[in-house]
Design a binder for this molecule. Structure first.
Ligand SMILES: Nc1ncnc2c1ncn2[C@@H]1O[C@H](COP(=O)(O)OP(=O)(O)O)[C@@H](O)[C@H]1O
Ligand SMILES: [Mg+2]
Length: 392
């Protein structure tokens, strides 16, 4: 940074002397500004600061027409308390010096006529002390910014850890509750069958076996979801993003998805926009589509309507799945993606679920650089949309 020293005295000859002595000492690297009035010196001070100068030292005469030296130094002190102030005067005026010491934190008082070496030594010390102070200030600011960054980092890490911990809690709670329920069901049915096999008529046996089959299937689905979820949490899920055409991809998925909706006699329409090339892991997006359309089917009564649309916005493709089903209550809507909460309701045909589907979808979409949003009105229907990037 550029450095400047301001000298104020109503006598030109004094200013000349100061300039002659100080200039060469600072090897003309310091700008030495002079002024015959304190008023003008204050303006010079402001101009210097505005053009990027440091003013380590001001040297001022005491008695001048207009503003006195002590008042001038008090004004400089108000502008920058770090600037070191030197009072230079032939009239030993105790009151003025005391005033400058008390109110302007006067650095030195030099009586006129001064000794050249004494003056240079004093100014040199003042400059050194100023620069040291500046250095400390800079270091402090650096430390503070490092500190702030560290605090932010700790906060981020903490919230990541909290989320990971909540995830683990949810994992265990699902195993503890849902899996346990399923298994106690299975154990109960198989126990009855094995101890009282002969007692049951064939029809009843068939019903029990079909129930066992359903519960097993549900347990298997739950286990599959849990495993998929565990894999993505631990980073063990292979992630292979590629470019692929979105419309063709969804058309491919439609056969399977229409099988879901067909079972409940619902219509499932696809309204694509112009063909868009997206960049994502196809198998993850395919899993997301199945989960979301699966939900739409599950939470929409027989003969309902489901529509898939695509659009483009900025550098993302938006895929929307809209149904006219039962909708979601506002209380549940805000809890949907929270790992430490659990939202799970039965479908319109009492279809059971795991309550993990949406969380999985969000993880998959996040991994692919997109976002998911749900809008829903109880009794009217639900709209789920998610984005995927157009280019890698
Ligand atoms: N399209 C939808 N319409 C109404 N409710 C929905 C819809 N999608 C999700 N939900 C609600 O969100 C819950 C969580 O969904 P999800 O995570 O897929 O779990 P699951 O389908 O196993 O119940 C569902 O149980 C349901 O209450
Ligand atoms: Mg689901």
């Amino acid at each position: 940074m550029k450095q400047a020293i301001i000298c104020v005295d109503d006598e030109d000859i004094i200013l000349e002397a100061l300039k002659d002595q100080l200039g060469p000492f600072f090897e003309n690297q310091y700008l030495i500004e002079t002024s015959t009035t304190a008023e003008e010196a204050l303006e010079i001070y402001d101009e210097l600061v505005e053009s990027g100068y440091n003013v380590p030292v001001v040297i001022s005469d005491y008695l001048m027409p207009g503003m006195r030296g002590d008042e001038f130094l008090i004004k400089v002190h108000a502008k920058n308390p770090h600037t070191l102030k030197i009072l230079l005067t032939g009239h030993a005026n105790i009151e003025g010096i005391t005033n400058a010491i008390n109110k302007a934190n006067l650095y030195r008082y030099i009586p006129k006529p001064w000794d050249r070496d004494d003056l240079i030594l004093t100014v040199r010390e003042a400059v050194r002390s100023f620069l040291q102070e500046e250095e400390i200030k800079k270091k402090n600011e650096e430390l503070q910014s490092i500190n702030e960054n560290l605090e932010k980092l700790v906060e981020e890490r903490t919230s990541e850890l909290e989320e990971a911990n909540a995830t683990k809690d949810k994992f265990f709670s699902i195993i503890a509750h849902d899996m346990k329920d399923h298994f106690s069901g299975l154990l109960g049915y198989t126990e009855v069958l094995s101890t009282d096999f002969e007692r049951f008529p064939d029809e009843e046996k068939k019903t029990i076996i079909s129930t066992i089959r359903n519960v097993s299937e549900q347990t298997y689905k739950l286990l599959q979801n849990l495993l998929e979820w565990a894999n993505i949490q631990t980073g063990n899920m292979p992630f292979k993003p590629e470019q692929f055409p979105l419309t063709a991809f969804i058309l491919d998925e439609m056969t399977l998805l229409q099988e879901y909706s067909g079972k409940k006699h619902q219509t499932l329409d696809f309204k694509p926009t112009n063909e868009t090339i997206v960049y994502a892991d196809e198998s993850m997006i395919s899993s997301v589509m199945r989960n979301l359309v699966g939900n739409a089917v599950k939470f929409t009564p027989e003969n309902g309507n489901i529509v898939i649309t695509t659009a483009r916005k900025d550098s993302k493709a938006i895929i929307t799945i809209q149904d006219n089903g039962v909708g979601i209550t506002p209380e549940n809507l805000v809890r949907l993606f929270k790992v430490n909460e659990s939202v799970k309701t039965y479908g319109t045909n009492q279809e059971d679920g795991t309550g993990l589907g949406l969380i999985l979808c969000r993880e998959f979409i996040k991994k692919n650089g997109g976002e998911i949003a749900i809008d829903s009105k109880k009794g009217v229907g639900t709209t789920v949309s998610f984005t995927i990037p157009l280019l890698g």
